[in-house]
Design a binder for this molecule. Structure first.
Ligand SMILES: *Cc1c(COP(=O)(O)O)cnc(C)c1O
Length: 380
């Protein structure tokens, strides 16, 4: 078959002449830092508009966007933050940078997002915020989260690092809670190489975050600082790449949804696995095509990943949840048994190639190999 690479990576960014032209324009203007340049403002405005949020504050990464919002909300020592356990550990690290205590919340079977029914029992007098993660691009069930947050006066922060453009009941993720944090790392839905953005419609929060992200420079004399700030600035060169990517975002999402549809058509009848879903009222952007082996599956996830690798197909294992991280168990901050659903995911899931550059023929090739692995297993 044509168009099949010898080695198919999980995802590659869609870069072409448009990115080059944007970056070249920034270079020609000498606008290379994070303090100066049109691309920064254009990207912040463009992306926050895309999210239906009033303000966009670009950052150096998704991790720094998450830390910035917690710092701007004064969440710190003595405070507890409820966080979806099944995530990139950056979500948890951001709370730890602030000296706050992260409390892991287990996942919900099907979407693998945090289970809203487990939240209320974890709330104490110290709880300040809930950090939800729209994992692999499927929106969290936000209505019950917002209801609980209202009842207990908690902030809601959306980690949207995997979910640019995803929608919950017609609303873009990132615009539902108090703030949304995005990553533009190379393998995210759109990229600036490294980078991130905090979006919010709360002016006070936006102003404080914008100040904190750039060393909290003074307003009269710049060098009389307002408080202890950070340098979490995105550069104008990165923002230039972002402006170009923003022109393609809907195309990329459309392609990812097509790929997911194709995978489903070709894999739906394998009873031992669970495929990504899209619950009614949601728009999943399928950041990665994440497959979970059922309890009864008689082939290990590792075996499948090894066999795919032998056929030139890259996969990545599921995340290791907070409660399974050795560094936290050793400190007594986490207990392996806390989140059984997420623990199952860590040992029994992986994601298949699902980048926007993937061709239809490659999906057919991957699923043929995949089906053969399961068929041989059933026969043996
Ligand atoms: C990628 C990611 C992050 C971190 O973003 P970086 O830009 O790599 O710092 C945080 N949370 C989730 C869910 C992610 O997928």
């Amino acid at each position: 078959m044509e168009n099949i690479r010898k080695y198919i990576p999980v995802s590659q960014p869609l870069l072409d002449d448009s990115e080059k032209q944007h970056v070249l324009a920034a270079l020609n203007n000498g606008a290379i830092s994070g303090l100066y340049g049109d691309a920064l403002e254009q990207f912040e405005t463009g992306f926050s508009n895309y999210c239906n949020s009033r303000y966009g504050i670009s950052t150096s990464s998704g991790t720094t966007a998450l830390h910035l919002v917690l710092a701007a909300l004064n969440i710190g020592t003595g405070d507890e933050v409820l966080i979806s356990t099944y995530t990139n550990m950056a979500t948890f690290f951001s709370a730890l940078y602030q000296g706050a205590t992260p409390i892991p919340i287990d996942s919900y079977s099907g979407t693998w997002n945090l289970d809203p029914s487990l939240i209320e029992e974890k709330i104490t007098a110290k709880t300040r915020a809930i950090v939800v993660v729209h994992i692999f691009g499927h929106p969290v069930d936000m209505d019950p989260i917002m209801e609980i947050a209202e009842k207990y006066s908690l902030y809601v922060i959306e980690d949207c690092a995997q979910a640019h453009g995803a929608q919950y009941k017609g609303r873009k993720v990132g615009s539902i809670g108090d703030a949304g944090c995005f990553s533009f790392y190379a393998n995210k839905i759109v990229t600036t190489g490294e980078g991130g953005m905090l979006v919010t419609s709360n002016k006070e929060l936006a102003d404080r975050a914008r100040s904190l992200k750039s060393l909290a420079f003074g307003t009269g004399n710049k060098f009389m600082h307002k408080e202890v700030g950070y340098n979490y600035r995105m550069s104008n060169l990165q923002a230039a790449v972002g402006c170009s990517q923003l022109n393609k975002i809907d195309l990329i999402i459309e392609r990812k949804r097509e790929i997911a549809g194709q995978y489903r058509t070709l894999l739906y009848d394998i009873p031992q696995i669970m495929l990504p879903i899209e619950k009614p009222g949601n728009k999943n952007v399928y950041w990665m095509y994440h497959i979970v082996h059922r309890e009864a599956c008689d082939i290990t996830a590792q075996t499948v990943m090894n066999k795919l690798r032998d056929n030139g197909i890259e996969t990545r294992p599921g995340f290791i949840p907070f409660n399974m991280q050795e560094i936290f168990i050793k400190e007594g901050m986490a207990h392996a048994s806390d989140c059984p659903v997420a623990n199952h995911l860590a040992a029994n899931s992986y994601y298949l190639p699902s980048g926007p550059e993937l061709t239809d023929n490659e999906v057919v090739y991957i699923t043929n190999i995949y089906r053969r692995i399961f068929k041989n297993q059933a026969a043996s």
